[in-house]
Design a protein around this ligand. Structure first.
Ligand code: COA
Length: 260
């Protein structure tokens, strides 16, 4: 993979991506600490202890790293949770069938001098491919509503905001979701704008079926743009078959349990 020549610091250098294993733990901790030290606000990105970082390279998760030569310069993880209470799908009110399809993106980070080369997007697509191969057709993530760089990338990848939750430290997080079964270009109706800091108002809007699709942070008070997805009449089984064909993956009952 080549980074674009957009960022003068890495032009002409070849970057590579691979899945990390336990031997990469020290590099991962090192990059995580550098990212945390460079944050303009601690609310944007969760600082983790060593055990939490180690858990990103576990049986129930995969962590991808981007390397400049041998140096780790960016990473992100995806977790494959049981459909228990911690599953973001359950928090969103999905039924058990949908909750078992959820993969959770965790902790994407790019070292400052490598930013602006679309590396979050590269890592998001690597995580999504891994998720889909494991039969996890719904990808979800938590993002700070003030983290416009990360949110912009998640929305461009096709996720929409569905709910605000408060973390134990008191920070707000927006849960963003993409259901790969829904297809690439859904149509929308009932567009509306809500002030980006009005979390209660936004959650009330989400409860009516509105989804956060875009934002405008150039205004004095940034706004989130919400709209309702036009529901297709296609059955869930037909959607899964169509989506799996489009992704070139055989998703049968052996990979995911489909209701009859
Ligand atoms: C969020 C993050 C991973 C995005 O990095 P990225 O993939 O390199 O970002 P993009 O390639 O989409 O960058 C697009 C533009 O935004 C700018 N940008 C990206 N992140 C930025 C940041 N944190 N601060 C300032 N500008 C930033 C880029 O320089 C680029 O600007 P340009 O087009 O004028 O050159 C990165 O900002 C980061 O590691 N932040 C700290 C950790 C974090 O917040 N993680 C997300 C948790 S959900």
């Amino acid at each position: 993979m080549y980074a674009s020549d957009h960022n003068a610091c890495i032009e002409d250098n070849e970057l590579s991506i691979r899945e990390l294993d336990i031997h990469d733990l020290d590099s991962l901790i090192n990059v995580h600490q550098k990212i945390v030290e460079a944050l303009p606000s601690p609310s944007l990105f969760r600082a983790r202890g060593v055990e939490s970082i180690r858990s990103l390279i576990g049986d129930d998760s995969s962590c991808f790293g981007i390397f400049d030569g041998k140096a780790l310069v960016a990473y992100s993880a995806v977790r494959f949770p049981e459909s228990g209470t911690e599953n973001l799908g359950i928090i969103l009110g999905f039924d058990q069938y949908e909750a078992q399809l959820v993969a959770e993106f965790e902790g994407v980070a790019v070292l400052p001098k490598y930013r602006g080369n679309g590396l979050q997007d590269v890592l998001t697509k690597a995580r999504a491919a891994k998720a889909i191969l494991r039969g996890r057709l719904i990808t979800a993530a938590r993002v700070s509503p003030e983290n416009f760089h990360s949110l912009r990338n998640f929305l461009a990848y096709g996720m929409t905001g569905r709910k605000f939750v408060r973390l134990s430290g008191g920070y707000e997080r927006l849960i963003v979701v993409r259901n790969h079964v829904d297809g690439e270009n859904p149509s929308w109706m009932d567009e509306t704008e809500v002030i980006a800091t009005d979390f209660a108002g936004l959650n009330r809007a989400f409860d009516t079926g509105l989804e956060l699709r875009a934002f405008d942070n150039a205004r004095a008070k940034p706004v989130f743009v919400l709209a309702k997805r036009r529901r297709s009449t296609e059955s869930r089984r037909r959607k899964v078959v169509r989506a799996s064909g489009a992704m070139g993956v055989a998703l049968g009952p052996d990979v995911i349990k489909m209701p009859a």
